[in-house]
Design a protein around this ligand. Structure first.
Ligand code: AMP
Length: 212
């Protein structure tokens, strides 16, 4: 089964690529950021609780995000395949998630790590902030989120590198080009799309660059 984790810094394209890859490989796309923003938009009690963290660009507590992911992956049915992004964000989350996923037979097939330069990330996030008004896409919060990412994510990358399932992919440039690079990296691991026709036309036809 196709169980992919996308790791990328804020603005690194994990949301955009996650949507496309989920279509190509015929599995659901699960984004903790999207799930959390949805709760905030619907003003659920969970959303009210996590909103201050999101607004500040801080990580929400591990138990809250873990519960969210576990619910999404197992209710109402266990999802055998998925494209996951946004979780895990720290080594602790990865270790807890791995122990839990092992019991259910839901460990990852591959991890794609998208790399993008800091300047490019800030440019993309400021542009997204202007276009969408997303509360955490302001200059100070962007710098804070990027610093937090650098601090917490490196140990995470080593964890997957040691398990030999991590592939680094250049996340710069036009969206379809990045999708093509990811598909190549996955094909090298024996993972091929189910929707090959669509996958060949991945991304925006105008060749614009990543916005997330
Ligand atoms: P993202 O859309 O992935 O950039 O996530 C947006 C925000 O959601 C983050 O800045 C955090 O506040 C929160 N968030 C998403 N995933 C996690 C996670 N795994 N652990 C803690 N907080 C998270």
């Amino acid at each position: 089964m196709f169980r992919l984790l996308l790791i990328a810094p804020p603005g690194g394209g994990k949301g955009t690529q996650g949507h496309q890859l989920a279509v190509d490989y015929g599995v659901p796309h699960i984004s903790t950021g999207e799930l959390l923003r949805d709760h905030v938009a619907r003003s659920t009690s969970f959303g009210t609780r996590v909103k201050p963290y999101l607004d500040r660009g801080d990580l929400i507590p591990d138990d809250l995000v873990l519960g969210l992911v576990q619910d999404r992956l197992t209710k109402p049915v266990v999802l055998e395949g998925f494209v996951l992004e946004g979780f895990p964000r720290t080594l602790d989350q990865a270790l807890t998630g791995y122990a839990w996923a092992s019991e259910l037979g839901l460990t990852l097939s591959a991890v794609i790590h998208l790399t993008v330069s800091e300047g490019e990330l800030v440019r993309r996030l400021l542009e997204r902030g202007r276009l969408t008004g997303r509360s955490d896409d302001t200059e100070d919060t962007i710098r804070h989120r990027l610093a937090l990412y650098r601090r917490s994510t490196d140990p995470l990358l080593d964890f997957y590198r040691d398990r030999q399932i991590l592939v680094d992919v250049d996340g710069s440039g036009p969206i379809p080009e990045v999708t093509r690079r990811i598909r190549e990296a996955l094909a090298a691991k024996g993972l091929t799309p189910v929707n090959a026709g669509r996958a060949g036309r991945a991304g925006r036809s105008d060749g614009t660059t990543e916005s997330q």
